[in-house]
Design a protein around this ligand. Structure first.
Ligand SMILES: C[S@@+](CC[C@H](N)C(=O)[O-])C[C@H]1O[C@@H](n2cnc3c(N)ncnc32)[C@H](O)[C@@H]1O
Length: 231
């Protein structure tokens, strides 16, 4: 999958060059291209924003450079879908990440200042928010979206790994422990060192259910519904 990110701050995307995302790039499973919005303006000072019509505070990102950037990228990858990062968009979650991971390509627009000219919504397929708070720009949301969906691309993680991650089965992940078996008087649950795989699987399932019920009753209700459907 090809992911193109349009931003005023290309230099901040270094986290995408580490760990699992980097490995996915190295394996050729994904390609991530960062585009500087200023390179798409015809303004000699590389200006990409202007004051809002109607007056008021702040600056608004203009249509021309964003349209030009999206058109340029689409010439290279016609089927790419366009995401606008905005606190006013649909809330991003594991389900949305899963859906997006089946797209052939994505173009992510990072807003800044007071946001983007409303007419940009005409070239956008998904408006996405990463939570009910306002960030300075769309760079962190673009990285969050990219990281979450790259993990789900086939071949990135070991086959079953994402299945047991939180949210994938409407459950939170089970508690994990590693060596040493005793730390400051705290013991690892005995079942995990029993070597009995059946018992371990049962314990993990029950722990996942227990903590989901306690921490995320909304998710737990969906889990019960799903279980009923599967009966
Ligand atoms: C300061 S915000 C603009 C907020 C806008 N005035 C509003 O209240 O809806 C600048 C940019 O940061 C990004 N952004 C901020 N918070 C976000 C969030 N929760 N989810 C996704 N993008 C966000 C968007 O790209 C947005 O255009």
């Amino acid at each position: 999958m090809r992911i193109d990110i349009i931003t005023l701050f290309p230099e901040v995307f270094t986290p995408l060059d580490t760990s699992i995302v980097k490995r996915a790039i190295d394996k050729g499973i994904t390609e991530i291209l960062i585009w500087n919005l200023r390179n798409f303006t015809k303004d000699k000072h590389k200006k990409v924003d202007d004051t809002p019509y109607g007056g008021g505070k702040g600056m608004v990102l203009q249509c021309e450079p964003i349209f030009a950037a999206v058109e340029h990228i689409k010439k290279q990858n016609k089927t790419s879908k366009v995401i606008l990062t905005t606190p006013q968009g649909a809330l991003f979650n594991q389900g949305v990440a899963k859906k997006l991971s089946s797209e052939k390509g994505l173009i992510i627009i990072c807003g800044h200042y007071e946001g983007v000219d409303e007419r940009i919504s005409t070239i956008v397929d998904y408006e996405i928010s990463i939570g009910d708070y306002v960030l300075t720009g769309g760079e962190l949301p673009a990285m969050v979206i990219t990281d979450a969906l790259v993990r789900l691309l086939p071949g990135v993680l070991p086959k079953d790994a994402p299945v047991y991650d939180s949210f994938n089965r409407n459950l939170l992940d089970w508690p994990s422990y590693t060596k040493p078996a005793t730390f400051k008087g705290m013991e690892v649950p005995e079942v995990l060192i029993s070597g009995n795989h059946e018992k371990i699987a049962k314990w993990r399932k029950e722990e996942s259910e227990k903590r989901t019920k306690k921490r995320r009753p909304d998710l737990y209700r969906n889990y019960l519904k799903q279980e009923k459907k599967n009966e």
